[in-house]
Design a protein around this ligand. Structure first.
Ligand code: MN3
Length: 199
């Protein structure tokens, strides 16, 4: 299926007072995400992938033998990553549902320990990529990080939360301070109701 750029689930300026400016969302959603949609459609048009779901394209084109993924994978995976990323943030829902608090405490010892692990994964990703909270096939939760556009569905994991640590995600608002961006993401931007719903 042709990729389509979804509207943001909130106004471009809805997160500004929470630490993500309208300018960041104009660049990140309207330009960067849109480029993955446009370029992905050019690459899948007329191929075996043009009628497949974005998830099938991601799993079907991921190459576990290389860091340098192919163009179809990179654009499809980044399209998926960004669709989820917009949903994972919001102007409301900043208190954590009790079932998520319980699940995080069971897997990490405490919510603070989860947050420390998530921030360390994001800050420790060398170059562009993502950090994630995932559910494994055994039901346990883990924090992971991936290079560039790779995402956890390549590894049969369910995504609960992800944070884009490409420079385009934070340089307007936080300049080079990626750790501050990650702290603000967890403390002010995450829509914990969405995260809990993925459990
Ligand atoms: Mn991005």
């Amino acid at each position: 299926m042709a990729f389509e750029l979804p509207d943001l689930p909130y106004a471009h300026d809805a997160l500004a007072e929470l630490g993500m400016s309208a300018e960041t969302l104009e660049y990140h959603h309207d330009l960067h995400h849109n480029a993955y949609v446009v370029n992905g459609n050019k690459l899948i048009n007329g191929t075996e992938w043009e009628d497949k779901s974005v998830e099938d394209i991601i799993v079907g084109t991921y190459d576990s033998n290389t860091v340098a993924q192919n163009g179809v994978f990179n654009n499809a995976s980044q399209h998926w990553n960004h669709m989820k990323f917009w949903e994972m943030m919001g102007p409301k829902g900043r208190s954590m549902p009790s079932e998520l608090n319980k699940a995080l405490t069971e897997s990490f010892g405490s919510v603070d320990a989860f947050k420390d692990a998530f921030k360390a994964a994001g800050a420790g990703q060398f170059g562009s990529g993502w950090c994630w909270l995932v559910k494994n096939s055994d039901g346990g939760l883990s924090v992971t990080k991936t290079e560039n556009g790779v995402n956890p569905i390549c590894f049969n994991q369910t995504v609960l939360l992800g944070c884009d640590v490409w420079e385009h995600s934070y340089y307007i608002d936080f300049r080079n301070k990626r750790p501050d961006y990650l702290t603000n993401f967890l403390e002010s931007l995450v829509n914990w109701d969405y995260v809990a719903a993925q459990l």
